[in-house]
Design a protein around this ligand. Sequence first.
Ligand SMILES: *[C@@H]1O[C@H](CO)[C@@H](O)[C@H](O)[C@H]1NC(C)=O
Ligand SMILES: *[C@@H]1O[C@H](CO)[C@@H](O)[C@H](O)[C@H]1NC(C)=O
Ligand SMILES: *[C@@H]1O[C@H](CO)[C@@H](O)[C@H](O)[C@H]1NC(C)=O
Ligand SMILES: *[C@@H]1O[C@H](CO)[C@@H](O)[C@H](O)[C@H]1NC(C)=O
Ligand SMILES: *[C@@H]1O[C@H](CO)[C@@H](O)[C@H](O)[C@H]1NC(C)=O
Ligand SMILES: *[C@@H]1O[C@H](CO)[C@@H](O)[C@H](O)[C@H]1NC(C)=O
Length: 262
Amino acid sequence: MLSSITFAVLLFLVNTAHSLVVCPTLKNAANFTVVAASSISNTGLTIINGSVAMSPSVALTGFNPSGTINGGLELGTGVALQAQQDATTAYNNLRDITNSTQMTGVDLSGRSLPPGVYKFDSTAGISTPAGTLILNGTGIYIFQIGSALTTSANSEVRLINGARAGCVFWQIGSSATLGQYSVFVGNILAYASVGLSINVTYYGRIYAQTAAVTLNSDTIIGQPSCDVCQTISNSVQGTLNRNLPENSTLYIFIMFVLLLIK
Ligand SMILES: *[C@@H]1O[C@H](CO)[C@@H](O)[C@H](O)[C@H]1NC(C)=O
Ligand SMILES: *[C@@H]1O[C@H](CO)[C@@H](O)[C@H](O)[C@H]1NC(C)=O
Ligand SMILES: *[C@@H]1O[C@H](CO)[C@@H](O)[C@H](O)[C@H]1NC(C)=O
Ligand SMILES: *[C@@H]1O[C@H](CO)[C@@H](O)[C@H](O)[C@H]1NC(C)=O
Ligand SMILES: *[C@@H]1O[C@H](CO)[C@@H](O)[C@H](O)[C@H]1NC(C)=O
Ligand SMILES: *[C@@H]1O[C@H](CO)[C@@H](O)[C@H](O)[C@H]1NC(C)=O
């Protein structure tokens, strides 16, 4: 009995030697649907369903009466700063996952992808006008983009077979620009700015770490957070962004000791 437990534990350790359990969490940043650093500028009848935060700036323009925020507002407060800091931590953790599927130079238009980690050394985009990217299946989707993300007019990110907006993460080294009348899904964590052209429908959250969020007659609908974990082959062993247990090796070891004591 005991030796089979030992074996099972050893097997687990061997199996996890090169894998990372990824449970992305945005912590306090998840309380907000739009977070910016330098300004949030709106034109037209934008609707944001969810709360908005900005830090360090307080420059919010184009709302009341034009745009509508169905949620709370934190401008230049400690709560906004905390959201910004937690978004930065999430951004760094997403960027630092090593063993990704190399996608540099690949146009996302017309692609259907399973859950995974996809890396673009420089830019990424849905470049074909009205192009569609399908995310297929339950799990976590992480896009590591070295510089800018750009989507074309009328393009669409579509979720099928259990894929959920809260579990899609776009880590963007510079800025994101979404084309007019496009549909976009997920959590954008951009180092600089995020710009939505006219009439974008956005399901998820937007974080601009150091610069602006610019909106124009868009609809932004906050989505539930991701509650899925996924094991990813990786050169670095460990657990990323998991609330509990912090360290699965340690956790298994403690469980094992508890079993022995019993
Ligand atoms: C934000 O969410 C966290 C849980 O993720 C909660 O503990 C905290 O109170 C929330 N902050 C605000 C200002 O609602
Ligand atoms: C946005 O929120 C408002 C007010 O809570 C609600 O009436 C509306 O249905 C929501 N829209 C979407 C697309 O969720
Ligand atoms: C979705 O994934 C399933 C299972 O891998 C596959 O059979 C199916 O063809 C995929 N659908 C699309 C549209 O890619
Ligand atoms: C955006 O779409 C709405 C309908 O959803 C439409 O009434 C409005 O005219 C559009 N705005 C622009 C600038 O095309
Ligand atoms: C990277 O992932 C592949 C396939 O998922 C796996 O075979 C390989 O061992 C991994 N490499 C490292 C260094 O973790
Ligand atoms: C997990 O805990 C073990 C034992 O404390 C430690 O050696 C290892 O470095 C930890 N791994 C990570 C990724 O924190």
